[in-house]
Write a protein that binds this ligand. Sequence first.
Ligand SMILES: O=c1ccn([C@@H]2O[C@H](COP(=O)(O)O)[C@@H](O)[C@H]2O)c(=O)[nH]1
Length: 271
Amino acid sequence: MHRNILIEQIRQKKSYLCVGLDSELNKLPAHLQHQKDGIIQFNKAIIDATKDFCVSYKINTAFYEALGTKGWEAMEATVDYIPDTHLKIADAKRGDIGNTSSQYAKAFFETIPFDAITVAPYMGEDSIRPFLAYENKWTIVLGLTSNKGAADFELQRIRTAEAEQYLYQNVLQTVSKWGTPQNLMFVTGATQASELANIRKIIPEHFLLVPGVGFQGGSLEEVSKYGLNDDIGLLVNASRAIIFAGADENFAAEAQAIAKQYQQEMALYIS
Ligand SMILES: O=c1ccn([C@@H]2O[C@H](COP(=O)(O)O)[C@@H](O)[C@H]2O)c(=O)[nH]1
């Protein structure tokens, strides 16, 4: 998906919400858990209920890979069902030596036609280039993640030739030179909103994929205050807070109500 289309969708809907389809089998409403295509039915109902309030869906592949062939089938059927107006993100956190990364890119951009994939930067440029080689696809590189473990490496101070900085800042500076704001985004956890102003100094134009509102406690208001740019530049993800808002037959209506709440708050922040 081209950046202009994404921005147009966001402006039309007054929403930069990304709904996370972390559809863990044993958390589905009881009536779906034992059905052969329970996850597919669940995802379709969630998509139908939320598509007017969001611009993107993020499938965390772990929840599907864990189920083997059935999970991969559910992932494919879900990607097929998501309207083409919505950015389809594979949260797969891949990255390997170049020829292996090429196969990951093929798997998630061609075999299953996602628009975007999350990638870990640890193995460096040759591990990321194969994803960037695809036109109209997005590579979303982990920058400053939302978890406690971000302190172990990403928030370590390092000394480079130019400056003393956090490791994650060096990642943003370096990786942003390998692609452009048209094909590269960065993950920034909503729980790290205090760093957003610094992040915007390094990458003012790029889109940020921001997980961590809802269950992880991040603030949509803070993220929006420090993260929005002239093109909006944010995709804020909520998974469990939306898809598991209700636990019974009413789950889709409950999910819709929460997605709508996020959208309505976002509309206040979009000028
Ligand atoms: O830094 C990161 C990177 C990825 N995630 C993923 O986003 C969702 C968040 O789910 P919630 O239920 O809204 O907490 C999930 O798929 C994570 O693996 C993240 O949380 N933080």
